[in-house]
Design a protein around this ligand. Structure first.
Ligand code: C2E
Ligand code: MG
Ligand code: MG
Ligand code: MG
Length: 299
């Protein structure tokens, strides 16, 4: 009976699956034939201090504006680019763009001449394949030289999965990056293979708490305790915490109440163009996000 059910299922989903595969093949083809510089763009989403609205940094997020498909999101092509290896040149390009942008922010802030205004860092996603590529260190070095960015203004976001491979090499690679002054963030923290010991073993500076935890924050005391626990652990280890996907004031309040300092999400700002990012950096007094709601009342 199971077999027939299986067959029926197969027949039922087959056309859809086939469409999916054809679609995927078409995307892959488009991806392979596209010239990176002219086909992709990078958006920037502010990372803000939860109590003040000060923009601490921006995360660089790649987009593929497509003539017939509209704006193709990373979920639809990053995996494909990983499989084909195109993520390596694409990632290097994103890095160059982001580094150049961060230097532009710094120059604008310096030109504006407000001494108490801090310059936001830029945070770049690095996929496991990119990180494991032999040339990765050289790519970083070249991006630093080309842009003139201060290494301390650059953050690399890695996922927990990177830390599973060949510890010695990864550890050495991370060490040589952090020796330059670059900081490393763990992205989507809590969703991956979590042996917490790696937080001590690897030179990590930042934990980005995955949106799924932030979503559930107000649902139960247990959910709250979970995020609070991560925040305190990070504190103890001297790591900075950023909450991902903050969408409402309630979440902001809860995060502040547990001592989480930074957040990123639609509540504050969606990813914006480079021009808009620069405008954000310059438009607000003390680098605070315009329209920021201020420290919400606790209670
Ligand atoms: P991520 O690194 O965890 O980035 C956060 C994602 O959450 C972004 O999606 C961002 O637009 C979205 N987001 C931010 N705030 C909110 C919110 O309040 N609500 C909701 N629903 N979403 C929010 P995006 O830009 O579609 O990127 C998805 C993923 O693709 C990223 O997740 C990252 O893993 C990957 N990615 C993006 N750009 C790059 C890149 O240049 N290189 C690599 N290797 N991966 C990238
Ligand atoms: Mg990220
Ligand atoms: Mg993330
Ligand atoms: Mg994510």
């Amino acid at each position: 009976a199971a077999k027939t059910a299986g067959k029926r299922q197969w027949r039922r989903y087959h056309p859809e699956l086939q469409r999916g595969m054809a679609e995927r093949a078409k995307l892959q083809e488009g991806l392979d034939s596209s010239s990176i510089e002219t086909s992709f763009m990078v958006l920037y989403q502010p990372i803000v201090e939860l109590t003040s609205g000060r923009i601490a940094g921006f995360e660089a997020l790649v987009r593929w504006p497509h003539s017939t498909r509209g704006m193709v999101l990373p979920e639809q092509f990053i995996t494909l680019a990983e499989e084909s290896g195109q993520i390596v040149p694409l990632g290097a390009w994103v890095l160059d763009q982001a580094a150049a942008e961060a230097v532009r922010w710094e120059n604008s802030v310096r030109r504006e001449g407000t001494p108490d205004r801090s310059v936001p860092y830029v945070s770049v996603n690095v996929s496991p394949r990119q990180f494991r590529d032999e040339e990765f260190y050289n790519v970083i070095q070249r991006a630093l030289d080309l842009s003139g960015i201060e290494p301390s203004s650059l953050v690399l976001e890695l996922t927990e999965s990177v830390l599973m491979f060949n510890d010695e090499r990864i550890l050495a690679e991370m060490g040589s990056l952090t020796d330059l002054g670059i900081r490393i963030a763990i992205d989507d923290f809590g969703t991956g293979y979590s042996s917490l010991s790696y937080l001590r073993e690897f030179p990590i500076s930042i934990l980005k708490i995955d949106k799924s935890f932030v979503d559930k924050l107000g649902r139960s005391p247990e959910q709250y305790a979970l995020v609070e626990g991560i925040t305190h652990l990070a504190d103890t280890l001297g790591l900075t915490v950023i909450a991902e996907g903050v969408e409402n004031v309630r979440q902001q309040e809860l995060l502040i109440s547990m001592g989480c300092r930074f957040g990123q999400g639609y509540l504050f700002a969606e990813p914006v163009s480079a021009e808009e990012a620069e405008h954000l950096v310059l438009s607000a007094p003390l680098g605070r996000l315009p329209g920021f709601l201020g420290t919400p009342a606790k209670g």
